[in-house]
Write a protein that binds this ligand. Sequence first.
Ligand SMILES: *Cc1c(COP(=O)(O)O)cnc(C)c1O
Length: 376
Amino acid sequence: MQPVMQVPLLDLAAQYAPIRDAVVDALTRVVDTQQFILGPEVSAFEAEVAAYLDAAHAIGVTSGTDALLVAMMALGIGPGDEVIVPTYSFFATAGCVTRLGATPVLVDIEPVGFTIDVDAVRQAITPRTRAIIPVHLYGQAADMTAVMAVAGEHGLAVIEDAAQAIGATYHGRALGTIGQFGCFSFYPSKNLGAAGDAGLVTVAADGHAAIVRMLRVHGAQRTYHHERVGGNFRLAALQAAVLRVKLQHLRVWTEARRTNAARYRTLFAAIRPTIPVDLPVELPGRRHIYNQFVVRAARRDALRAHLRDHGVGSEIYYPVPFHLQPCFASLGVPPGALPVAERASQDTLSLPIYSELTEAQQRYVVETIAAFYARG
Ligand SMILES: *Cc1c(COP(=O)(O)O)cnc(C)c1O
């Protein structure tokens, strides 16, 4: 039987349709200049993002992964160093630490916000600890007051993984501007998505910003004169051009996601009898931008199959915490050691929340979930 309605997890075509002409014009403008790497288009984008976030420095890079990598390189993190990361995030958060020869120290998350458990961070600190990477998961802030306090007490750097959180705030401050570094991804499924891979680092200190800019071009301050070993982390001008067009719409798109989240709350509240689904919680002082709308659901996998059969897209972010990944087995963190993350990996499910989602589609998603539990 054909589903009554199709509700994809994300509909980039719907977002693109009304801005098509502007995107094509921007791409044409860059192609006509034949200047493809960095240059004025990238500088303009950086200035616009810095203004959007009220960041001291914004530096465009190749991806969110490279944003994390270059921030840690700027701090000189390497072999013998430890970096504390939540065990529950996208792989890059921990993978970058290992790639630099340092050791990711995996800690559990908080059960409500899904972000790093700062009590666990305190317990994980050793003389080798150099930095903490709080992840603003799904678009909502980690407990930055507590993170900054513990970092300050121990002289640790804070690198915010804000890949999912552009425009989200913590007590009014944009995420990515609270720690020494903020790392953003413009992977197409992020709230601000490029036409391919792209990313950005926000940097608080002028000195660090100069180092990141240098590392971005193989550690050369002057071409062919290398002060440090960096990499090719250059943002492409075509990506910057697309991102500049989309940045103009980001406030409206973000509001639409928040409106959709509020509507889900109303629709779910109306379901009787109550179903075993917990909705995401907006914590005080934290403006959530809903890169994902993540519920916790009983019989999650069966629910997901039911949604798929009825035309509704969903996804599991993330099915396996870092400490249970084969590549991190050598860290020696056994199953059961980080139980909050393990539970989240078993019962969380992302529902469609993108800006162009219609009320009818949302009703259909909620009705389809209600029907699954009514069936028993
Ligand atoms: C997407 C993402 C990244 C990596 O960004 P890429 O642009 O895909 O390299 C890092 N951390 C988190 C939390 C992410 O969601």
